[in-house]
Write a protein that binds this ligand. Structure first.
Ligand SMILES: [Zn+2]
Length: 213
């Protein structure tokens, strides 16, 4: 599904299988955000094929955080593809999965600050709380925010998994709410489109969910 010019979402709607939403950004480099579980990857592959892109053409894979339903396929692209996540979550994955994962070393680490990939300009925001090294990606040119499992449509990420923290999640969400966002692309569930809808979503989350954190 096309979300805005140059941005496509492959949303996951199965109630019986846990996988994340994946997003593709077209530009001078082809970027895939959160490729998801390996055994469910055909969903993303088919979505890419529908817009004329093969997995071998992906240049950069960005992963929001260290949970398998987001990163598992990250190292499985063509030989020229580079993948990245935060150093904190990469080390966290190595600690809890160790030899059980064949995840290769990232080509680079995502860290707080600006990130230019080809002609696409991002701000990387460290947003711990759901996992210690979660990052959100703000695509500055289109004002699109990719939130991983920090914020969803009407909901928030779990804080009861290893390395989770309600206090940190609250601080992270408060930082995100300050951004000028036209489209919020979460790691699960529906996209929130329109500045006013994004604002209302943050307000609802603060009014309702913050009392649980
Ligand atoms: Zn997660």
């Amino acid at each position: 599904m096309k979300i805005v010019d140059g941005l496509y979402g492959f949303l996951w709607r199965s109630a019986s299988e846990n996988n994340c939403n994946s997003f593709f950004i077209d530009g001078s480099k082809r970027i895939l955000i959160d490729p998801g579980h390996r055994h469910l990857f055909q969903h993303v592959r088919r979505g890419l094929e529908r817009i004329g892109v093969t997995t071998e053409q992906i240049d950069v894979v960005l992963v929001t955080h260290g949970h398998p339903d987001h990163f598992e396929t990250a190292g499985s692209f063509g030989p020229s593809a580079r993948w990245a996540m935060s150093r904190i979550d990469y080390e966290f994955v190595m600690e809890y999965l160790g030899a059980q994962t064949d995840l290769p070393q990232p080509a680079f680490f995502l860290q707080e600050g600006g990130l230019l990939i080809g002609d696409r300009d991002f701000l990387v925001i460290h947003t711990p709380g759901h996992s210690p090294g979660s990052v959100c990606l703000y695509w500055r040119q289109q004002k699109v925010l990719f939130t991983g499992d920090v914020v969803f449509n009407q909901s928030i990420g779990r804080t009861d998994l290893p390395g989770g923290s309600g206090r940190q999640l609250k601080e992270s969400i408060s930082r995100l709410a300050e951004l000028d966002v036209e489209v919020l692309c979460p790691g699960h569930g529906d996209v929130v489109a329109g500045r006013e809808n994004v604002r209302k979503n943050f307000k609802m989350i603060k009014d309702f969910w913050f009392s649980y954190l």
